[in-house]
Design a protein around this ligand. Structure first.
Ligand SMILES: [Zn+2]
Length: 271
């Protein structure tokens, strides 16, 4: 499957179109025999949903994909259910569809939060030739926001640093991550976040890969770094516990689809 993002919606509505519909940050899905299914237009038409703020996302193997919000979820029943986007990262939906659902979540969130101009407070309009919210009075333009964050595997000889974040609902351990601050480059962000969260210094910081992270609008930029000094001392505001782990003694770790897991898998394969 191949997804091609696009802003310009097709001229004709296809009843084959896939609709990524959210209500209060949860995705509308159908339950099928082999897991979850993203509903097509012909499935949605049966219950005439009250869809608002519709946006075209692009095409998946030439099938148009749309995002929207559902203003009234009371009509949804039977084969339909709402699922938390995070839950879909555990393999109940095809991976390509998870990422489109993530993009839909980012754009639905952005659209909802930019109904009014942040400068003069008047109602905004959709951009004509680009994905933007435009103020017709003061002409302020708001594009969908992407917030860069770094995620880092810190390696010390044959060990990797893994931490349990206070925000993790489940008990899993992962590599450290944090948002980039204004005026800072990615490598400086890596060094600062590691120092702030666990009190150690790192060096030999190098790029690994990147991944969109739709909670709600991050781009995760992944790095490898080597331990350079200091003793682990957690900040206790973000990190509950952090320790060094060898490849043969890992705790519970994130699902395979995540870049956090790809960093941990890289560490394991390179032992
Ligand atoms: Zn304005």
């Amino acid at each position: 499957m191949r997804f091609i993002p696009n802003f310009i919606r097709p001229l004709n509505d296809s009843d084959e179109a896939l609709w990524f519909v959210y209500h209060q940050n949860r995705l509308l899905i159908q339950t099928g025999t082999n897991g979850y299914i993203v509903p097509r237009l012909r499935d949605l038409e049966k219950f005439q949903p009250s869809l608002i703020r519709k946006q075209f996302l692009g095409s998946l193997d030439q099938i148009p994909c749309y995002a929207a919000e559902l203003s009234d979820h009371n009509l949804v029943s039977g084969l339909f259910a709402f699922k938390d986007l995070r839950a879909l990262f555990f393999g109940q939906l095809e991976e390509e569809l998870v990422w489109i659902a993530g993009q839909a979540n980012q754009l639905v969130d952005w659209n909802r939060n930019h109904q009014f101009c942040g400068k003069c407070g008047r109602q905004t309009e959709d951009g004509q030739d680009e994905r933007a919210k435009v103020c017709p009075w003061c002409h302020l333009i708001n594009y969908p926001r992407v917030s860069p964050a770094v995620i880092v595997a810190v390696i010390r000889n044959n060990q990797i640093l893994l931490a349990n974040n206070i925000r993790f609902k489940s008990g899993y351990y992962s590599v450290l991550a944090g948002f980039v601050e204004p005026g800072e480059n990615l490598e400086e962000c890596v060094a600062r976040e590691i120092k702030e969260e666990v009190g150690i210094s790192v060096n030999n910081i190098r790029y690994f890969a990147s991944q969109p992270w739709p909670f709600p609008n991050s781009l995760m930029v992944a790095f490898l770094a080597e331990y350079a000094g200091g003793k682990i001392k957690t900040d206790n505001t973000e990190i509950r516990e952090a320790s060094w782990y060898t490849a043969d003694n890992l705790p519970s770790i994130p699902p395979r689809i995540t870049i956090a897991r790809q960093l941990i898998d890289w560490f394991v394969q390179n032992q």
